[in-house]
Design a protein around this ligand. Structure first.
Ligand code: PLP
Length: 396
């Protein structure tokens, strides 16, 4: 067995909840039937899928028939965007933001190359959108507005109820990538006027390889995956039965734990953040401290590189993420931090800590205890200590 990690990287993926694992296990072994089969052996699996669909629908406040199971959040985002465009071939304009997940950003960038017009809404230095910019960008030929519910890197929560109302007034379709929001932000699709909403199992204590796409009844839909008649013809491919059952259970649990996320987990996050900022000079929070996911803090440590910090943290089995990636010799801060205009001397040293209901005070205390020495050590050897002007060279 590997050593237990101090796992503060829950926006990247989460551990499967024990209750979820229990629920799904039989569908890997004795209950292996195909839900489409005529016989009872397969049919009993079909009945369990119906239950899972009902659980997801209950958690989101929609009808079971409005839920399509997908392989992941990425597939949900791709499907929503392609469907919206295929159903409205005369509309060639898309609005999104500069801070979306690549599952949206890379899709619209490709569509832009194919001739679609794309407006990328900017964010201010705290990572918030300007709704006047959205209003001014909407056009009669706007097919789709795609805005994430919560940002995976800095945790900012966007005002999706308000955004959706503006978009629907203008007659465009509205999609939201809610992968980071489900289980942390109250979502009620009865009153939230979006056409599409996407979630992913492995961000909420279900396994990897399962997601769901909500498509509001009455919204025109064109399938992305063609083949068999599964998911009422809206997503072909034999169902990931164990994954779907797991997702149903995970959404049910997420609903039960949403309060805990916003009290206990939030308190742990705040304790981590306060502890680090008190112990380490020249550190700052990225994002909007008053408008964030309760489990996320993104902190920049001036003059040091995020990847070097992660390396030293890793030696202590502390897991987190950095806001920069060393690609082709240049250390580029993430597109989210760049869109926010975070100064380079800070942006390079950004670390995202993301907690979960499995995080303990001991985990937090250990990180607060170990981090100052890591940062001090790296600053001692930092080639750009004190240099606020230049873009540091890549050293990885
Ligand atoms: C993780 C994530 C995705 C992708 O989900 P997968 O299931 O990994 O494909 C999409 N959007 C956001 C905001 C995410 O955090």
């Amino acid at each position: 067995m590997s050593q237990r990690a101090i796992y503060l990287d829950n926006n990247a993926t989460t551990q499967v909840a024990p209750e979820v694992l229990d629920e799904m296990m039989p569908y890997f072994s004795e209950l292996y039937g195909n839900p489409s089969s005529m016989h009872t052996f397969g049919g009993q699996v079909g009945a369990k899928l119906d239950e899972a669909r009902q659980r997801v629908a209950t958690g989101l406040g929609c009808e079971p028939g409005e839920i399509i199971f997908t392989a992941c959040g990425t597939e949900g985002d791709n499907t929503a965007i392609h469907s919206a465009l295929a159903a409205q071939p005369d509309k060639r304009h898309i609005i999104t933001t500069k801070v979306e997940h690549p599952a949206v950003l890379n899709v619209v960038q490709k569509l832009e190359k194919k001739g679609y017009d794309v407006t990328y809404l900017g964010v201010d230095e705290k990572g918030n959108l300007d709704l006047e910019e959205l209003r001014a960008s909407l056009r009669p030929d706007t097919a789709l507005v795609s805005v994430m519910y919560a940002n995976n890197e800095v945790g900012n929560i966007f005002p999706i109820p308000e955004i959706a109302r503006i978009v629907k007034e203008h007659g465009a379709l509205m999609h939201t990538d809610a992968v980071q929001a489900v289980g942390k932000v109250e979502i009620d699709l009865k009153t939230l006027p979006v056409d599409f909403l996407v979630l992913s199992g492995h961000k909420l204590h279900a396994p990897k390889g399962i997601g769901a796409l909500f498509v509001r009844r009455g919204t025109p839909f064109r399938p992305f995956m063609l083949g068999g008649h599964q998911e009422r013809g809206r997503r072909a491919g034999t169902e990931n039965t164990a994954g779907i059952i797991a997702l149903g259970k995970a959404v049910e649990l997420a609903t039960q734990h949403i309060e805990e996320e916003n009290t206990t987990v939030k308190a742990l996050r705040d304790s981590l953040e306060k502890g680090l900022l008190a112990a380490i000079d020249d550190a700052r929070i990225n994002g909007d401290p008053d408008n964030r996911l309760p489990n996320t803090t993104n902190i920049s440590f001036k003059y040091v590189e995020g990847e070097a910090i992660l390396l030293l943290m890793d030696r202590l089995h502390i897991c987190a993420s950095s806001g920069s990636a060393c690609t082709s010799g240049s250390l580029e801060p993430s597109h989210v931090l760049r869109a926010m205009g975070v100064p380079f001397t800070f942006a390079h040293g950004s670390i995202r800590f993301s907690l979960s209901r499995y995080t303990t005070q001991e985990d937090v205390d250990l990180v607060v205890k170990e981090m100052p020495a890591i940062i001090t050590r790296l600053r001692e050897i930092s080639p750009f200590r004190g240099d606020d002007s230049e873009l540091p060279p890549c050293t990885c």
